[in-house]
Design a protein around this ligand. Sequence first.
Ligand code: FDA
Length: 497
Amino acid sequence: ADGAAVPALVIGSGYGGSVAALRLAEAGVDVHLIEMGKAWDTPGSDGKIFANTTSPDIRSYWLRTKTKQPISNFLGFPLDKNVPRHTGILDAEEFGGIIVYQGRGVGGGSLVNGGMAVTPRRENFGAVLPTVDAGEMYGTYYPRANAGLGVNTIDPNWFETAECYQYARVGRKHAQRSGFGFVFVPDVYDWDYMEKEQAGTVPKSALAGEILYGNNYGKKSLQQTYLARAKATGRVTISPLHRVASVTPAGGGGYTVTIDQIDTGGTTTATKSVTADKVFFAAGSVGTSKLLVKLKATGALPRLNGEVGKGWGDNGNVMCGRANHMWDATGKLQSSIPTAGIDNWAAGGAFAEVAPLPTGIETYASFYLSITKNPHRAEFTWNAAAGRAELNWQTAWKQPSIDAAKTIFDKINAKEGTIYRTDLFGTYKIWGDHLTYHPLGGAVLGKATDNYGRLAGYPGLYVIDGALIPGNTSVNPFVTITALAERNIEKVIATDL
Ligand code: FDA
C-alpha cells in the first residue's frame, strides 16, 4: 500500500527474486515482492490459464499489437498475426541489434521457458563466474538449486520408444554419426506426467505444444516450487501488475521505492511510494540493468559505479533448422520440452539443444537452439532525450555464434547429405541470429557489485538475478542464476540483517 514501510522489497519474481523472497521469509523477514506482469492464476474464457503456442492470443505477448514469434516463417508463409494489446506473458523486447525474449508475470522466465535445467560442467565454471568458489557451488548451491527447482531426468527406456521424442532420437543419430557427444538434459517438467500424456490418461500440455506462452500442466514453474514455499511462510506479499520506477535513499534511512500500478492495457493507474530497509533488484538481466543505468544517470542513485550496465551478453544463442531425408521423419507429435543436446563446447564452442518444431504435421525438419562461446559484450546506457535505456548490441556480433554452431551442423549436413532450412526466419535465411532467450549481465558480480551482489555505493541495495552473470553460462542459465542467488542470499542473511 502507498506509504507503507517494509523490511525487504524484491523487484521481480523470476529465479533470483523467488530465491530471495523464500530465504528472507524463512529467516523471519517480511518481504514485499513487486512484479510488473500478471499473477497467472486465473483461467481465460477457454478454461485455461495459458494459451497454446500454435494459437497465440491476447494472453501471449507483452503489450504488442502483433505477435513476434521466434520462428517467424514456415514454408514461405509469415506466421505473425494481430493480437489485442495486453500485459501478456512473453515479452519480445526490441533493442537496436537484438530481440530479447523474457517472461512477464509472477514466476518470470519460468512461466515461458523450456525448463531445461542444466548445471554447467565444472571445468567450464571458472569462465562462467570467475570470482566464485567452485567447490562451494558444486558442493552446496547447485545441489540446493536443483532440489528447490524440482529438477528431474527423463527415463532413458521411455525415451527410446516415446513417439513424441522421435525428433530427439533422429537428432541423436545424426549427432553420433558425426562423432559428437549427445547428452540428456535434466528439466523441471514432470516426466511422470509426460509419460501419462503420451499414454493418453491426463490432459496434454507438452504434447499439445504448450511452452512459449505457458504450460497448463506438467511443468514445475516457480509458482509450483520456490514461490509456493515462499507464500506458505505467510511472510511474503506479492503485488502483480506493479512496476518499480525508482529507488532512491530515504531521508530517515533505507530507500524510497516508487511503484506504478498498471492495468492490463499497460496504462499506469496509480503511483505508490514504499520505504524499504533493503531492496533486491531481481528484474532480470534486462530489467535490472535498465533500472540501474536510469537511476544512476537521473541522480536517484548517483554513487552507483561505472560498471553498471556493462558486461551484457546473449549466452551466444543462435537457432537453425536442417532439412532431413524422407527416411528421417521427425514425427507429427513432438514434445515441446527439449530433452537432449549435442555437446561440442570443448572443441567448437557450441552446445546445441535438439529442439522441437511442434507443428502437428510431419516436417522432416530438425531444429536446434545453440548456446555458443560468443566473446561480444554490450552495454546499457540511459538516453535522457528519449527517456529510455538502450543496448548497443550489434547484429554482426552473432557471427562468432554462427561459426561455432557451424562446427556441428556443417559436419552433420556433410555426413548426412542434407542442407539447412532457409524458410524459418524469413526468406532464404538460415540463421536465427536476431534474438536471445538468455540475457545475462549488466550488473556483473564483483564489478557493479561486490562478490555477493551488494551494489557499490549503497548499503542495503542488492542485485540477485541474471544481471550478475557476465554474459555466458556455457549451458542454459536458470540453474546457475538460482544457485548463485542461493549462495548470495545465504551470505546476506548471515551478515547484513
Ligand atoms: P526473470 O526474467 O526470470 O525475472 C524477472 C522478473 O522481473 C520478470 O517477471 C519481470 O516481469 C519482472 N520485472 C522486470 N522489470 C520489473 C520492474 N521494473 N518492476 C517489477 N517487476 C519487473 N533457461 C534455462 O535455463 N533453460 C531453458 O530451457 C530456458 N528456456 C527459455 C525459453 C524462453 C522462451 C525464454 C524467454 C527463456 C528461457 N530460458 C531458459 C532463460 C531463463 O528463463 C532466464 O535465464 C531466467 O528466467 C532469468 O531469471 P532472472 O531471475 O534473472 O529473471
